[in-house]
Design a protein around this ligand. Sequence first.
Ligand code: ADP
Ligand code: MG
Length: 485
Amino acid sequence: MVNPSWEIVIGLETHAQLSTVSKMFSGSSTAFGAAPNTQASAVDIALPGVLPVANRGAVERAIRFGLAVNGGSSDNINRRSVFARKNYFYPDLPKGYQISQLDLPIVKGGGVTILSPTRGEITVKLTRAHLEEDAGKSLHEDFQGMSGIDLNRAGTPLLEIVSEPDMRSAGEAVAYAKALHGLVTWIGICDGNMQEGSFRCDANVSVRRPGGPLGTRREIKNLNSFRFLQQAIEYEARWQIETIEDGGTVKQATVLFDPDTGETRSMRSKEDAHDYRYFPDPDLLPLVVSDAWIDEIKSTMPALPEMVRNKFIEFGLSRAQAEHHVSSIETAKFALSTFTETPPKEIPDLSNWISGILSAKLNADGLNFSQSKVSPEQLRFLSGKVADGTLSGNMAREVIDAVWVGEGEPDAIIEKRGLKQLSDSGEIEKIVDQVLAANAKSVEEFRAGKDKAFNALVGQVMKASKGKANPAQVNEILKRKLSQL
Ligand code: ADP
Ligand code: MG
């Protein structure tokens, strides 16, 4: 638990790799996993005399993002933005500079609404989102006393999304990162594959006395899983608090998270923008986007997660439940087609199956909702059976399990396994009478005021009915009988 006399402040810089076929400024392929240096053209390896040409598909994706984080309005999209050179030396950067955007990014402002674990619904404001190119990769394995260089990734298009320092806990940072991940995949601008590095976060963390001025931040680089993001921020915040309470000071620095130890350690003292000697790239004209083009892109945008979430809330679901169903566009499509034309009272069961049993199965098999082995129609069939009393909730889940492993259609499984809830009250009364006669001790305890004894009796009735008695009826009949004794 974090000391309540400290407040944690977090801002995230997220790199989303844009899902274009070719690179930001060259025609080379961006496909992942090719043999080293087979996708590095003259532009990517910075041969003299080559010139960059901006990729229209990457610009279009940045515009889609701008529209998505500004409620569909385009007033946060700069009609004129400028590519700049960010100069530094590194073996994986053959040009000696990275092409990025500084003073005039393509997107400025906007926000992402999240459900904070502690503060309810909050909006994390965005400072900017700018286009840039990725660097190559140094390879340290397989080389005795040397490093290899793979320039396949050099020039891959990135959208760097910079948030304001609006988050106050690791949980909020993770909620934001998940929402952003959901959004960029939803609008089809990034494949979201975190293992391959298509979506990675740098977390800027500082601590302060509540309401006081911002503390000095340290930036944790390249977190490519939500779990690492959570662990790294928690460790870093605790380290900063302990450092200050021990009389030390936090110095601005760039740090790395080590998943094996769960600790962060300093990589280098932090550079400032002026260290990079940014200047407008003379090889590239300012990037001008027309209103007509933006309108054209707008017309191809899907309904945004926020709108779909509100639709789920109108179906009577809680905010948290609705949030689950918009965590990806596949989940949302699945949930929408499941709820459509369903009697409202069946929707809560369906919603719980989607966020519970089905999500767990998909996760375990590494699948998404478009690959679910149980269809919306099959789920609706089962919720109908629960609603008319034929099946209990447990029985319905048993059928879902069976459909999942390919046992057949739900009606055939119900038939084959003899799944039918006992809803005949005469039959249930008989079982209740037998159980009351055989459990005099529990009955005594119930009379003496022990509520647990009631649950024990319900358990006995369920057992005697081989789990088939309708639990609501059992409760009601048992209560009535006990009060008559
Ligand atoms: P850079 O890291 O490239 O120097 P900025 O100075 O613009 O860029 O800040 C980057 C990120 O750091 C932003 O997400 C911002 O919200 C966050 N940030 C800035 N100051 C603080 C602070 N005191 N504590 C936590 N995060 C901060
Ligand atoms: Mg930074």
